[in-house]
Design a protein around this ligand. Structure first.
Ligand SMILES: C[S@@+](CC[C@H](N)C(=O)[O-])C[C@H]1O[C@@H](n2cnc3c(N)ncnc32)[C@H](O)[C@@H]1O
Ligand SMILES: *[C@@H]1O[C@H](CO)[C@@H](O)[C@H](O)[C@H]1NC(C)=O
Ligand SMILES: *[C@@H]1O[C@H](CO)[C@@H](O)[C@H](O)[C@H]1NC(C)=O
Ligand SMILES: *[C@@H]1O[C@H](CO)[C@@H](O)[C@H](O)[C@H]1NC(C)=O
Ligand SMILES: *[C@@H]1O[C@H](CO)[C@@H](O)[C@H](O)[C@H]1NC(C)=O
Length: 460
């Protein structure tokens, strides 16, 4: 081989290999597809299938732009199947008998000559364009929620992001692929096992937020934390391995685009509306997760000392790193089990908050957290909980629970469960309204905010 050939080949190798070692967040593209090509064979993605690189041009608002997506042979077969199924867009093309860059390139070039096919939703989906799942949220009403459940999912997944470091998990906004993942999960009732496999193999590509052995780097002064058994058995939101798997933190973090009380602006707005007149000096945030609720408290109460605990060590690492990136310094994040915070002194907090925590566990565990809240609150202290509503109408309550658990009341049973596997426990066991009174809180008040959201307030 001539030296020049070797050099060119090396350059080519570096060129094709480099992108897999750097984070990559596929841009969202909108426009009318003009031409499409298959330009190379690339390494497999998280599904383990070899991929063809499809490059295309779009007529966009900014003029002609280029785009790229990876598709497997199975994707091409699916494309042909869907073309055959819809005679209105079928230009009479058929898949080559043998797959190769060249044969598939010719196939796409032939398809590019059909204006009807090129302007179809199918081709947009195949190219991973013109869909970003905007407005997919679980915002206000039952109607909004049903719309989300019925929302169109593209026939093909958009290009997945690639992470090579933890900061990119924090600093990059949601990609269309991640919206697609969420929506498919919510709609997966009858295809749950297939979905879980797909979800897990993607999650495996995310950074792990791991730390010292025994999680010593995030331990509270009392030492390593013990886990209640449910926490490592039945996982919320389909998260593979649950919150203990730090590779799920990105997905939980993106929940802020979808759930009312993971939106920091809204949390600050409501904390201010309900408690802006108070001046707590010491605040506890329970189940702080990625930290939205703790940051909202830090924004509103800039002079307070805030302690934020979570049962997941990786999530605490995420929150600490995020705090550093935001130059905030009045929150101390610790790994901790809110059922036993004996390392924190009784009556030492004048404000205790939680956001979306108590509905994610069996009723007994929620009751133990409530008694810790009472113990830790100072006299005249305030408890504020952003939590799912207790549906008073028995039929609503049943419906709410059934949908959340995919009709499985018992979180401890075998088999797949819905996105909120403990909702039966919360709706039929915890009775949060009653329990807040029972533990001894005064002035208990529940504000109905939206279909998935209430605010529970009480004082000691
Ligand atoms: C939906 S997330 C909360 C979101 C968070 N408040 C925010 O604003 O970003 C629920 C969190 O509760 C935590 N959790 C569940 N049981 C817990 C317990 N016993 N003690 C502490 N945290 C717990 C989970 O690890 C998870 O991070
Ligand atoms: C959770 O369960 C998995 C699977 O049984 C196990 O490998 C892992 O060590 C457990 N994690 C904790 C923190 O108990
Ligand atoms: C967050 O809440 C604010 C205030 O209610 C709202 O204006 C904004 O649209 C919300 N952001 C998202 C992404 O939903
Ligand atoms: C944090 O501080 C650094 C150094 O002063 C600065 O470069 C950065 O922009 C700040 N970040 C934020 C989010 O304020
Ligand atoms: C919960 O307790 C309250 C207060 O006792 C009661 O009014 C309400 O009916 C109970 N709700 C459910 C769903 O059990």
């Amino acid at each position: 081989m001539a030296l020049l050939d070797i050099l060119l080949m090396l350059l080519f190798l570096i060129g094709t290999l480099l992108p897999t070692f750097a984070s990559f967040f596929p841009p969202y593209l909108e426009g009318d597809p003009v031409e499409m090509f298959v330009t190379s064979l690339d390494p497999p993605d998280f599904r383990g299938e070899v991929l063809y690189k499809v490059e295309f041009t779009l007529n966009s608002k900014a003029g002609i732009i280029n785009g790229m997506i990876h598709r497997s042979w199975t994707d091409f077969e699916e494309l042909q199947r869907l073309i055959d199924e819809d005679i209105t867009i079928n230009p009479g093309i058929s898949l080559p008998a043998l797959e190769s860059v060249e044969t598939l390139n010719n196939y796409l070039i032939e398809g590019s000559q059909s204006p009807v096919l090129m302007s179809s939703q199918l081709v947009s989906d195949f190219l991973g364009i013109n869909w970003n799942g905007e407005n997919i949220g679980f915002d206000l009403s039952l109607i909004d929620f049903l719309e989300t459940l019925g929302a169109r999912v593209p026939a093909f997944a958009p290009e997945p992001p690639i992470f090579d470091n933890e900061d990119d998990v924090i600093l990059n906004s949601e990609t269309p692929f991640e919206v697609y993942l969420y929506l498919r999960g919510m709609q997966s009732k009858v295809t749950i096992n297939e979905y879980l496999k797909y979800f897990e193999s993607f999650i495996d590509t995310c950074p792990s937020f791991s730390g010292d052995a025994n999680d010593n780097d995030v331990s509270p002064p009392s030492g390593p934390v013990e886990y209640p058994t449910h926490f490592n058995k039945t996982f919320v939101h389909f998260l593979p391995g649950g919150y203990l798997n730090g590779r799920t933190v990105r997905i939980s973090y993106l929940g802020s685009n979808k759930f009312n009380f993971l939106n920091e602006t809204r949390l600050v707005e409501w904390l201010d509306k309900l408690h802006g007149d108070k001046h707590p000096k010491r605040i506890l945030d329970i189940g702080t997760g990625p930290g939205f609720s703790a940051f909202a408290l830090a924004t509103l109460y800039t002079d307070a000392e805030i302690i934020a605990v979570d049962l997941s060590a990786p999530y605490i690492r995420f929150a600490r790193r995020w705090q550093t990136l935001r130059n905030i310094s009045n929150i101390q994040f610790f790994h901790g089990n809110a059922e036993d915070l004996s390392w924190l002194e009784s009556e030492s907090f004048d404000f205790i908050n939680y956001a979306y925590v108590l509905h994610e566990m069996p009723a007994d565990n929620a009751m133990r957290i409530l008694s810790e809240i009472y113990r830790l609150l100072a006299t005249d202290g305030t408890m504020n909980g952003f939590e799912v509503p207790l549906k008073e109408n028995p039929e609503h309550r049943r419906l709410f629970s059934d949908w959340s658990t995919f009709n499985c009341d018992d979180w401890n049973s075998d088999g797949p469960k819905g996105p909120e596997p403990y909702m039966y426990e919360f709706e039929f066991g915890t009775n949060l309204t009653q329990s807040l009174v029972d533990i001894g809180l005064k002035d208990v008040n529940v504000i109905d905010f939206a279909y998935f959201d209430s605010i529970y307030v009480g004082t000691k």
